[in-house]
Design a protein around this ligand. Structure first.
Ligand code: ADP
Ligand code: MG
Length: 244
């Protein structure tokens, strides 16, 4: 379980998150929604330990992020896979090098074994291994997204985090990516966090919804309750989603 309790985050004078508390319980599929600039990506970076909270605590399996030993950190990195907003692939690296990045950096596996692990990760995202030596620029947007997902799952993490995985993709490609995420999320014991603007994705991929508005969490509840909420801001948000 990942727990944020009373987390505050500002950049200089700009306050982004104030007194934010939430939990990702084991096996939960959490969607985080909110307007652009509401702090969704900052929230995921806090969970990943790429930003530190100004106040409050973030813990994983009961261990506070700030107090983790190097061994705890390594275990934690193995447990979390992330697909950043945009595909965030390294343009100068091949698909093999991008997907196998962590394994190459760990230097624990021989290159042939890494190659095999990359092939298996590509199979899980239904990409043909013949693209191993290609560069991101040679791939379509949907394929690049799949490569990013393959990189996130190569460690078979318990937690998978997706930041706007379908933004910028055409509707058919977006549906295919959602279908893939749905399958990856169904793995027993796996929890997912998905940041999205797409209400179809929320319906399909979440069991729980958190909405951020004006630096605070304005909704935290089961998906059914989110779509039934009477709150005028949620209604307005849902209506905008339908217009798109
Ligand atoms: N490293 C940073 N330095 C300064 N401001 C930042 C930084 N990262 C994010 N912000 C600001 O924090 C706010 C929330 O950003 P973000 O989490 O990316 O929003 P979104 O909900 O669209 O993902 C924005 O106003 C953004 O400009
Ligand atoms: Mg964002």
């Amino acid at each position: 379980m990942i727990v944020l309790s009373h987390v505050w985050k500002a950049f200089g004078a700009k306050s982004v998150l104030e007194d934010v508390s939430l939990q990702i319980q084991d096996g939960t599929h959490l969607a985080i929604v909110g307007a652009s600039g509401s702090g969704k990506s900052v929230l995921t970076r806090l969970i990943l330990g790429l930003e530190s909270p100004d106040q409050g605590d973030i813990s994983m399996e009961g261990k506070s992020l700030q107090e983790m030993s190097p061994a705890d950190w390594r275990a934690r990195l193995r447990d979390v896979g992330v697909v950043f907003q945009g595909a965030a692939l390294f343009d100068s690296l091949t698909v093999l090098e991008n997907v196998g990045l962590r394994l190459f950096e760990d230097r624990e596996m021989p290159p042939a074994a890494i190659r095999q692990a990359v092939v298996e990760a590509l199979e899980q995202v239904r990409l043909d291994p013949n693209i191993l030596e290609q560069y991101p620029a040679q791939l379509s947007g949907g394929m690049r997204k799949r490569v990013g997902i393959a990189r996130a799952i190569i460690h078979q993490p318990r937690y998978l985090i997706f930041d706007e995985p379908t933004t910028g993709l055409d509707p058919l490609t977006a549906d295919a990516i959602d279908e893939l995420i749905e399958q990856l999320a169904a793995r027993p014991g796996r929890s997912t966090l998905i940041v999205t603007h797409d209400m179809d994705s929320v319906r399909r991929l979440s069991s729980w919804v958190v909405m951020i508005r004006d630096r605070h969490i304005c909704f935290d509840g089961p998906q059914e309750a989110f779509f039934r909420a009477n709150d005028s801001h949620i209604q307005a948000f849902l209506a905008r989603g339908r217009d798109k």
